[in-house]
Ligand binder design. Structure first.
Ligand code: SF4
Ligand code: MG
Length: 322
């Protein structure tokens, strides 16, 4: 597929949310049209903040988010509302976010109502969205409290889909669902992607799921992206020591391409309120050397399509190229 740059996140400086904790720091990456982009990391690594930035629910205090070459910051609030519909964040469970006793149909049509749509066409649009995600029409007037987690996810997907998004952001959407239901939803996502030309961002701590679904994957540590690689390279030729540590710690991943024992994660990450100078992984990195504590490694493309923020990767890439 042609690598069209469509969505771009640029962040420089700090993102001061949650009492000056730097949740996302200088993150910059492109998401390509039609791909399944994964963002992985431990809890507290900034995934959730990045999710909210991507969904444009928060604005970065430095840097910009671009959609198909348009900087969202340059839009009027009315245009922004329309544009925002193109980025849809899938709620884990809309049932919890909406007033009780909201029927399935009402839940799905909410976004259109907010947009000012109403009347006769609304029901048809909702039913069409329900059919697309595999929800039977008889659920239209039902309350979702008796539905399975999978069907509730389908409600979420229909809610997003009805707004004709281009990018769907799935925050732990396939977590805490049994394998059979997960496989069905993965098929559903693939079908919807083909039909609607969708791009997905999967944000998850579940490496086995990400390995099944994502084409490219970014690894986050302490508010920064430390590595971006395609699926095969990330799982079979990871370069960043933190990526190796993360894979080593994943009980569900077999056939690790390196000695997992060398990359056991020890100690706690530094507090995000007080990140030491240099590489933020240095305090836990088995390969740290003097430069790591003095100089912050930038996320660099060390090979076409492969990015890492690590002095060692950079040195090795330079040596290999020489
Ligand atoms: Fe380890 Fe140094 Fe690379 Fe950081 S920059 S991951 S401390 S080798
Ligand atoms: Mg989080």
């Amino acid at each position: 597929r042609e690598a069209t740059r469509t969505y771009r996140i640029r962040r420089r400086g700090t993102f001061n949310s949650y009492n000056a904790v730097q949740a996302v720091r200088g993150v910059s990456f492109d998401i390509l049209t039609g791909e399944n982009f994964g963002i992985v990391g431990e809890s507290g690594c900034g995934k959730s903040t990045l999710t909210r930035l991507l969904a444009w629910l928060e604005t970065p205090d430095a840097g910009a988010i671009e959609l198909a070459g348009v900087s969202l910051a340059a839009l009027s609030s009315r245009d922004l509302l329309a544009k925002r519909a193109e980025f849809q964040l899938l709620l884990q469970d809309p049932y919890n976010a909406l007033p009780p006793r909201t029927t399935v149909g009402r839940m799905i049509e909410e976004g259109l109502r907010i947009r000012g749509e109403g009347g006769k066409g609304l029901r048809d649009k909702v039913l069409a969205a329900m059919a697309e995600v595999g929800l039977p029409a008889r659920l239209y007037d039902q309350l979702p409290n008796t539905l399975s987690t999978g069907d509730r996810q389908r409600i979420s997907i229909a809610r997003a889909l009805i707004l004709s998004p281009r990018l769907l952001i799935l925050d732990e959407t396939l977590s805490s669902i049994d394998q059979r239901e997960q496989a069905k939803l993965i098929d559903l996502f693939a079908g919807l992607q083909k039909k609607n030309d969708l791009t997905y961002v999967f944000i998850s701590h579940d490496l086995a799921m990400v390995r099944k679904v994502c084409t490219r994957i970014a690894v986050m540590y302490l508010g920064k992206i430390v590595e971006i690689a395609d699926n095969h390279d990330l799982f079979f030729a990871p370069r960043h020591p933190y990526t190796k540590a993360l894979l080593s710690a994943a009980p569900t991943l077999e056939d690790k391409p390196f000695d997992a024992g060398e990359y056991l994660l020890e100690g706690e990450p530094p507090s995000p309120i007080d990140i030491p100078p240099g590489c933020s992984f240095a305090s836990r990195c088995p390969l740290a050397f003097a430069r790591c504590r003095a100089e912050t490694p930038e996320l660099r493309e060390w090979r076409p399509g492969a990015f890492a923020a690590c002095h060692l990767v950079e040195t090795e890439a330079a040596a290999a190229a020489a």
